[in-house]
Design a protein around this ligand. Structure first.
Ligand SMILES: [Fe+2]
Length: 407
């Protein structure tokens, strides 16, 4: 009873118990979460409603969870998220050693009552381009269902991933923006994003909701800024994780029905075609620098598949990007959107020119479909992705590519 009371006090005070994954039930302060991981940097994000003087104490992970072991305290930059009671506090930790282990704690002052607050100590590793292995997990089309994510995570062990990817349509403001913040915080806690970065790739539903033009406040991504005007936002990025290089592109709104059905007028097809053309220019520049060279496995991630066997919902993405992607030496494309999982083999000389793995999702229209998780592992010889089902963790399909050496 006494232990319970202590834990309850810590939670109420905004201090998560020292356990993994972390949880924070405070209505006004989030658990911190990691964004924009690189070999030498990491962004700590912290959402708060009534905090000031937010800073991050951090240093090399010595195994001791104490202030004495932490030499550096850095002030966070706060940005009020318009139309919400939340402020996003971001702190970029720099000068990290590739693959190095670090620990951090967020400290703040509660505006009302002037009480000091601290989170527990969290640990993370910087990305390591020289690592011989990589492990990460990919989710798609959760919409705002953290229950689906929790169901899937029953079949994912902490050792199965170094970071996570939300592959679109995972953050809808349905039925209201309060629910969006609740779902976002729930995702981050379930995924242990305080210690393992969570990468966000935008889906078509993410672009059409009331919160769409403020989503950038919630993430930190290499080319993205909240100052970018709508339509000029730069959600696309690349990431190097050991032997894996991946390219994440933003397919924006879908083009389903835009030519024939007046009810789809809100989809603004011309606007999104221009948006994809601008990304094509970015892609050309990127690939001209031989990005991804020196990595064994090249993945392409987008919410809407560029190739499918039933709905081709983003033809202008394919038209704008396919000719450029032929220089990217891709091994596999990962996507969601369809809510029906499938693995499409590559067609030599035809489409798709690369294999495509599409994750599943809840779909009353399609009957039996359910949420899925992709478990990605890569090493010096093999790229493997297992697709598991939310209901019982059964393996729905597997993609495996092995390097062969010619005698
Ligand atoms: Fe979608």
């Amino acid at each position: 009873m006494k232990t319970f009371a202590v834990i309850l006090f810590l939670i109420t005070a905004g201090v998560a118990p020292a356990q993994t994954p972390s949880t924070n039930t405070s209505p006004t302060v989030s658990t911190p979460y990691l964004q924009n991981p690189t070999a030498d940097g990491m962004t700590v994000c912290f959402l708060a409603q009534a905090a000031e003087q937010v800073r991050v104490a951090w240093g090399v992970d010595t195994g001791a969870a104490s202030a004495e072991a932490i030499p550096t305290e850095v002030a966070a930059n706060g940005t009020v998220i318009p139309g919400t009671p939340w402020t996003m506090w971001k702190t970029r930790l720099t000068g990290l050693r590739p693959g190095g282990a670090y620990q951090y704690q967020v400290r703040y002052l509660l505006r009302f009552g002037g009480k000091d607050g601290t989170t527990t100590w969290y640990r993370f590793r910087a990305m390591d381009p020289q690592a011989t292995t990589a492990r990460f997990v990919v989710f798609n089309d959760l919409h705002h269902q953290d229950r689906t994510l929790a169901a899937l995570m029953r079949f994912v062990n902490p050792d199965d991933y170094e970071f996570t990817v939300l592959l679109g349509d995972c953050l809808e403001a349905y039925p209201n923006e309060t629910e969006l913040f609740r779902a976002w915080r729930a995702y981050l806690d379930i995924l242990n994003a305080a210690e393992k970065p969570c990468l966000f790739i935008r889906g078509n539903h993410d672009t059409r909701q009331s919160f769409a033009n403020r989503l950038a406040y919630l993430v930190d991504s290499p080319s993205l800024s909240v100052a970018q005007p709508w339509g000029e936002d730069q959600w696309q990025f690349t990431l190097r994780a050991g032997p894996v290089w991946f390219l994440a592109m933003d397919t924006g709104e879908d083009e389903n029905g835009v030519q024939t059905d007046p009810r789809t007028a809100y989809k603004h097809p011309e606007f999104w075609r221009d948006y994809r053309r601008r990304q094509a220019e970015w892609l050309k520049t990127l690939l001209a620098t031989e990005a991804g060279s020196g990595t064994l496995w090249h993945l392409f991630l987008s919410h809407i598949p560029l190739y499918n066997n039933n709905e081709w919902d983003s033809p202008s993405s394919r038209e704008s990007w396919e000719p450029i992607l032929r220089d990217a030496n891709l091994d596999l494309m990962l996507a969601g959107h369809d809510h029906e999982w499938k693995l499409l083999p590559k067609k030599t000389g035809g489409r798709p020119p690369w294999p495509v793995l599409i994750g599943g999702g809840l779909s009353p229209k399609k009957g039996s479909e359910e949420g899925t998780v992709m478990l990605v592992t890569a090493d010096a010889t093999t790229l493997r992705i297992r697709l598991l089902a939310a209901s019982d963790g059964r393996e729905l399909t597997e993609f495996k590519k092995t390097l062969t050496t010619n005698p």
